[in-house]
Design a protein around this ligand. Structure first.
Ligand code: ARG
Length: 284
């Protein structure tokens, strides 16, 4: 008799080569408080921050990414969070305009870098913190507001890139940038839609509904994993670099055929940032 073996074909994840921009945390410290993670009264260890960052840098090189670097500037301790430096797509860099004065000078510094590295720079009119709040998923841009980027910046994005821009409202101060509450798992999946992981409680009820409709298959991450900024991760479609302590998220990724790679950025977490914050994608 013939035996019927039921088999589920594992999803074959395809890695895309990424080009990214990073900034060595040579001047990293916590000297002001602009998010609930930051405690200026607690000590920081800049050399440990650099070592942990270097590990991330090496992981990216190991994955075959092109990693470009911007020179860190003394007096700008948050410059390591390159994701906030702008948003790039189709050779255009939409510059950042920071909510808090402490980070203000980073905007022009990153725009100068874009200009001298093959981008047409669009100067921002509205407050926006770059890829911290804007995530490209498939052909669509998810755009956060509520704490940092102004909703008016979403209109600027629409005009500039001619893509669908979906506004999502963040409501939990610990998850103040969109990239702390949503992880992009694949930008270019076969159906062109891509997929994400997210923390539902970080969003307003209306935004939660939008996310459920757009991504019925999204990975839902639990509070413990989100609390170590597990969602603040970077995926090439197959390999997902995440906070090593986000063990539940790591398992969900494995179950879905991704290869999670854990990294410890405990020192940069003191500034309220993780893997994704240190990574700005360059799309020329
Ligand atoms: N201390 C920085 C701030 O509050 C952290 C930025 C984290 N970056 C990010 N893309 N989420 O602005």
């Amino acid at each position: 008799m013939q035996q019927v073996v039921e088999s589920v074909a594992p999803t074959e994840r395809v890695a895309m080569k990424k080009t990214i921009l990073m900034c060595r945390p040579e001047h990293f410290t916590v000297s002001y408080r602009i998010n609930p993670w930051m405690h200026p009264e607690d000590p920081t260890d800049t050399s440990l921050a650099v070592r942990q960052w270097e590990r991330l840098y090496e992981i990216y090189l190991g994955l075959g990414f092109d990693v470009e670097l911007i020179d860190p500037i003394a007096g700008l301790p948050d410059m390591v969070y390159a994701a906030n430096g702008g948003f790039t797509l189709d050779g255009i860099a939409y510059g950042a305009k920071f909510q808090y004065d402490e980070r203000g000078p980073e905007g022009p510094a990153y725009m100068d870098w874009f200009r001298s590295h093959g981008f047409r720079v669009a100067e921002p009119v509205s407050v926006n913190e770059g890829e911290g709040d804007f995530l490209l998923v498939g052909d669509r841009i998810l755009a956060g507001t509520g704490f940092r980027s102004d909703a008016a910046s979403h209109d600027e994005l629409r005009k500039l890139f001619g893509r669908e821009v979906v506004t999502l409202t963040l409501v939990d101060p610990s998850f103040y940038h969109l990239d702390t509450a949503i992880a992009v798992l694949d930008t270019d999946s076969r159906d062109g839609q891509g997929n994400i992981a997210y923390l539902p409680k970080a969003f307003s009820p209306e935004s939660r509904e939008i996310i459920q409709t757009l991504y019925p298959d999204a990975v839902v991450v639990n509070d413990e994993d989100a609390a170590v900024l597990g969602l603040n991760s970077f995926s090439d479609g197959r390999n997902v670099v995440i906070a090593a302590r986000a063990v539940g998220f790591e398992q969900s990724l494995r179950d879905r055929g991704y290869t999670p790679i854990g990294v410890d950025l405990s020192e940069l977490l003191l500034g309220g940032g993780g893997v994704k914050c240190c990574t700005l994608e360059l799309r020329r």
